[in-house]
Design a protein. Sequence first.
Length: 250
Amino acid sequence: MVVKNISALTLLLTTAFFCNAQKKVTYDNQQWLQYFNQLKLSEKLTLYTDMSLRRINNFNDWSQITFRTGLGYSLTQNLQGITGIACFTFYTQNKLSRIEFRPYQEINTTQTFGKVSIQHRFRVEARYFRNVSDGEITNTSNFNLRFRYRLYSSTAILKLSETKQDRKLLLNIGDEIFINAGNEIKYNMFDNNRFSVGVTYQNNNNLSFYLGYINQFGQRSSPATYENSDILILGITQKISLYKTGTKSP
């Protein structure tokens, strides 16, 4: 009986080791510079726009350039829906290799507990890819859906001015999971998990600066192939209001 148990345990450990040995994990480091803009159009409507420049391998190579814009509608004080579109360009050895157009819809809900703000974000993306060869867009295309859920917290940890109450330092912690769906998805239904931590210097309610770290781990389209990225991110958020309190919202 003992021999059988030892044999079964040995077989289990050997199988686990063999399966683990088949995994291929690549590592890289990335550097993201991002700009976020919130343009308040009315009491309930806000235009969201963000852009980013993404480098890889210690700033040596291009990874992506991104642009995204969407119109948000506040359903309640703490619940908002957004619909929009994004365009991503991907680079391989500093040459444009792929273009993605990404219509999306999302729902955001926010809860506040004293100095802590908790946000839940649910986003659905339709991803249309076109390959690029020698600077020309080819006929080769791909499509898949992606579902994203992010839990994000923001906590005021330090007041930086006695006279300006909105000037403060914030601690931000979040985690987001990405799930792929579609006929072309075979090996990477799990796309990414993205854990982030950072600090925000809020100069005032309309301008803030964010410095953070992201660890992104995901499965790629080849069998048992994974990627682990250490990402340094610097972000700027600007809020502009065209809406004056007291005016009638359309």
